[in-house]
Design a protein around this ligand. Sequence first.
Ligand code: PLP
Length: 476
Amino acid sequence: MHFHRRFRQRGGPPVTPEEFRKSGHQAIDWVADYLTNPGRYPVLARVKPGELTDALPARGPEQGEPPECLLADFERLILPAVTHWNHPGFMAYFANSGSAPGILGELLASALNSNAMLWKSCPAAVELEQVTLRWLRQWTGLPEDWFGQIFDTASIGSMHGLAAAREAAEPASRAKGMAPGLVVYTSEQAHSSIEKGAIAIGFGQENVRKVPVDAEFRMRTDALAELIARDRAAGLRPCVVAATVGTTATTSVDPVCAIAEICRANELWLHVDAAYAGSAAVADEFRWVLAGCEHADSMVTNPHKWMLTPCDCSVFYTRHPDVLRRAFSLVPDYLKTDDDPRAVNLMDYGVALGRRFRALKVWFVMRSYGREGIAATIREHVRMAQTVAARVDAHPRFERTAPTPFSTICFRYQGSDAENRQIQEAVNETGEFFISGTKLHGRYTLRMAIGNMHTTQAHVDRAWELIQAEAAKLAG
Ligand code: PLP
């Protein structure tokens, strides 16, 4: 202990290699136990807002503390305030999985602490990113010659897609700023990240058209064509359509082939947000989800949603890396390197300079599971979701509120919105499950999103049993 104090006060390493080895083994043991049974914790954190803050010191420590104190406080203070995304009962939003291989990749990447801004700054990170994203294109049937890079989130990826669209339509905007009047089209069911991206890039929120959807929540192409024509007639400049493959609320799939045709006829950029459902294309029977995406100009899909990769990891593809480069390349003298065409400098293709070595965890996941392993997980999630959909359909007091093409079921108890919220809250209070809700056609609807690798049919059966039991209480 004295040693720690002295060492730390001199500014030496707060954790010696031996201490690291010991506490590292403890941490890995903890992770292995956690992954063996993440369901032993309540899925939703049971703390009140501010509770953790109040339990922690108001000021950071003057003196360093040994790792055993940190690990103990992790268990005592931090864990109770964690909502467990790796829990088999996590069925809210889009459930995901931090798999063991992905965790190992993440661990090693943080040990290397590489910054993949330039090829030279970490050739392995840059080249592995290119290789894993090529594998993913092959696995999902996307064009071989697309350029790919990994961002933290789909929100940032889509923002870059919109920036590239702006660059293609109005190259002067880089130097002079954007002239008003460029228009973005996306559906009423699109994720808010499209609108946020449009705000950030300077299209302006008023220039985002929310195209109406059909009865199955897919973008209506007749309405899209009409809006484009109307905007043109009004002197505006239609610029980009952002289609969605797997919308957030209902997982509907926009008709990308028909949208691509409209984009082609009107010379518009086509961006596809396949953040959730893009991974499904890894399974042969779901290849159809990306039909038409081969015509896209840019696209995002999130391995951190349904491809067993720990957060954060979102893949961005474009067929026009040159346009993206034109939009973002700005190389100060201190970052200039030799021009070898195979030495890709990823900082030239986006806003961020620093980039994490995310490809390492993707590589670990892809190699550990193989395409078939990932496809089998996705297939099983969809199969389990269909069992719930069938039970909802067979129940006299429940109804499905949207089709269930993948593993997310939207349904409601045939009562008031308040009653549906009551069911949701009661189920979530058990600590066994976390389901979320949304509004469809103005009515509150429950959402059960199956997507965690630890979720089994027994969990799904139990969740449905609880939902039904809560509904039975309401029916008296
Ligand atoms: N796009 C869709 C369709 C989504 O469902 C989501 C999140 O659920 C996003 C984008 C945003 O993803 P991210 O958190 O990676 O920005």
